[in-house]
Design a protein around this ligand. Structure first.
Ligand SMILES: Cc1cc2nc3c(=O)[nH]c(=O)nc-3n(C[C@H](O)[C@H](O)[C@H](O)COP(=O)(O)OP(=O)(O)OC[C@H]3O[C@@H](n4cnc5c(N)ncnc54)[C@H](O)[C@@H]3O)c2cc1C
Length: 499
């Protein structure tokens, strides 16, 4: 009985909301749904809200969506830098071929995928004093296809000789995770709307992977300690700036980031967010930072640092709250979480072979991964582009900033240096604790509670889709059944600046 009362109440609320539009009685600006943040979370929740509500005859259309973004650009942790006229990913750079939301967004928006360059195939593991493992240097670009095949076969054999059948077990571990993750793409009739991250993960049988560390999971899966302390560690340091003590799920997602078929969006992954915002025709206010969110008799008053107030029926937080100073009235309570900072340094110049105990620049591998040791001040160094033999662009990931004197040891020449300090992803700690998705029991939603499971473009989109469905089903009091989505190709007319 109480269930029907609650549903009836929501339905009346929703009908009133549609009848009178959004709340404007206080003279403040207004919107049905306000979204904090224009990254992939904020852009995709807006897209899903519009698609799901406006293409479904059973629920009224949520047309009036406002995104508030504190920066002057769209994309959040998807961003680019330009060096020597070339654009490089500065934040999220790779997308897995099985990331179906990203694949669909790109196709819907007419964005071109770019395959990951194979230059990284000259891969090495550096322990601070020597390269403990190295594949073959790439063959000359003019060589025959058959020679290339033999080259990659020899590389595969080299890796197999060092790590043996443990590699197959690692693949099985990642594939099992991916197989379960694919449940998030099941049709709506057979996929529930989830109120908590724990429910989402339990339904896909991924929850247990968040309870133990990656190392524990991999040892149980039969991987050799050598594979874990070398290759696996290299990958988790590159993808999450952390070691194998991260949770099994974040670790499996990180390992999937070394699969074949990885891609990115031509021109920059941020185009996904920009395209979705444009496609959904939602209102976007750039350079509008949210300072406070106060609940006031049925709506949220959002105040920005520009001194503007918005009355919103529903509010969605699409940014991590961990390093935020947004004040909430009444206060909200979420578990404390540390963000892992990743320092991304771009250098145009030339590596110093002596730093690596080598004689010639041509002996330095294209991708230098590192093991966990205090001797190494960086997580990875990779060549992004080779202009000539002594002029290249590099990307360095590190946990601490790399100062000029250290850069002058690692590089023999530097023409350009760009530094970015990212509050990049959660510092993963098993067993993970998750913040609520519904922060106040009403209509204040938090997409980034899902980041404790894993932090990627796709996981943000998966969490955003669930939040959109949750909002619509809670507002209308109806379970979401078959919802047809419109498809259209468009040329995003977008605003963006390099970092
Ligand atoms: C260096 C790095 C490498 C990565 N590599 C990959 C990768 O290869 N592949 C992958 O899939 N993922 C990768 N990730 C993770 C991925 O970038 C994130 O998981 C994803 O982009 C998060 O998107 P989001 O929209 O949830 O948050 P964000 O992108 O952080 O967006 C939040 C937005 O909210 C805005 N905002 C914050 N506070 C306020 C406020 N008070 N008022 C208004 N606006 C506000 C921010 O400016 C930002 O634009 C990487 C991340 C980093 C940093």
């Amino acid at each position: 009985m109480a269930f029907f009362d609650a549903r009836l109440l929501y339905l009346i609320f929703f009908l009133l909301l549609l009848l009178f539009g959004s709340v404007e009685s206080t003279g403040n600006k207004a919107a049905q749904v306000c979204v904090v943040g224009a990254g992939i979370g904020g852009s995709s929740v807006s897209y899903f809200l519009k698609q799901l509500s406006c293409s479904n005859a059973n629920v009224p259309c949520l047309n009036d969506i406002l995104i508030l973004e504190r920066r002057s650009r769209i994309g959040g942790r998807m961003a680019t830098v330009t060096i020597a006229g070339d654009t490089f990913e500065a934040g999220a750079s790779i997308i897995h071929p099985k990331n179906l939301h990203a694949v669909r967004f790109a196709s819907l928006l007419g964005l071109r995928p770019r395959s990951k360059s194979s230059d990284g195939s000259w891969f090495s593991v550096w322990d601070g004093s020597r390269f403990i493992f190295e594949t073959l240097p790439p063959p000359p670009s003019s060589c025959l296809a058959i020679y290339r095949k033999i080259h990659s076969l020899v590389n595969a054999l080299l890796i197999f000789r060092r790590y043996g059948f443990s590699l197959l077990r690692m693949n099985r571990f990642v594939n099992r995770m991916l197989h379960r993750f694919m449940l998030f793409y099941k049709e709506y009739e057979s996929r529930p709307v989830f109120e908590t991250v724990e429910e989402m993960l339990k339904w896909t049988r991924l929850y247990e992977l968040t309870r133990r560390t990656l190392k524990e999971e991999l040892l149980d899966a039969g991987l050799s300690p050598q594979l874990i302390s070398e290759l696996v560690t290299v990958i988790t340091r590159i993808n999450y700036g952390q070691n194998v003590d991260i949770s099994g799920l974040a670790g499996a997602v990180s390992l999937a980031g070394s699969d074949d078929g990885l891609w990115s969006v031509e021109g920059g992954n941020w185009l996904l967010a920009a395209g979705l915002i444009n496609y959904s025709n939602v209102t976007l206010h750039l350079q509008e930072e949210v300072a406070s969110i106060a609940y006031d008799e049925g709506y949220y008053v959002i105040s920005s640092t520009n001194g503007i107030h918005y009355n919103c029926n529903v509010t969605v937080i699409a940014t991590p709250l961990d390093e935020q100073s947004i004040s909430f009235t009444p206060p909200i309570s979420i578990p404390s979480r540390k963000m892992q900072h990743t320092f991304t340094t771009f250098i145009r110049g030339l590596l110093n072979p002596k730093y690596f105990g080598l004689n010639r620049v041509s002996e330095i591998p294209n991708l230098i991964g590192t093991v966990e040791t205090p001797e190494v001040p960086f997580s990875s160094i990779s060549v992004l582009k080779k202009y000539t033999e002594d002029d290249m662009t590099f990307k360095i990931f590190s946990r601490e900033p790399i100062d000029d004197s250290l850069l002058d040891q690692i590089f023999s020449s530097r023409k350009e240096t760009i530094r970015i300090d990212w509050p990049a992803y959660p510092h993963y700690e098993a067993p993970e604790v998750f913040a609520p998705i519904i922060l106040d029991g009403k209509h204040l939603y938090y997409i980034n509670s899902f980041e404790n499971a894993a932090s990627t473009i796709e996981t943000s989109a998966v969490a955003a889709e669930n939040v959109a469905r949750l909002i619509i089903s809670r507002l209308s009091g109806m379970p979401l059944n078959m919802i047809k989505q419109k498809t259209k190709t468009t040329n995003p007319d977008i605003q963006h600046l390099d970092l």
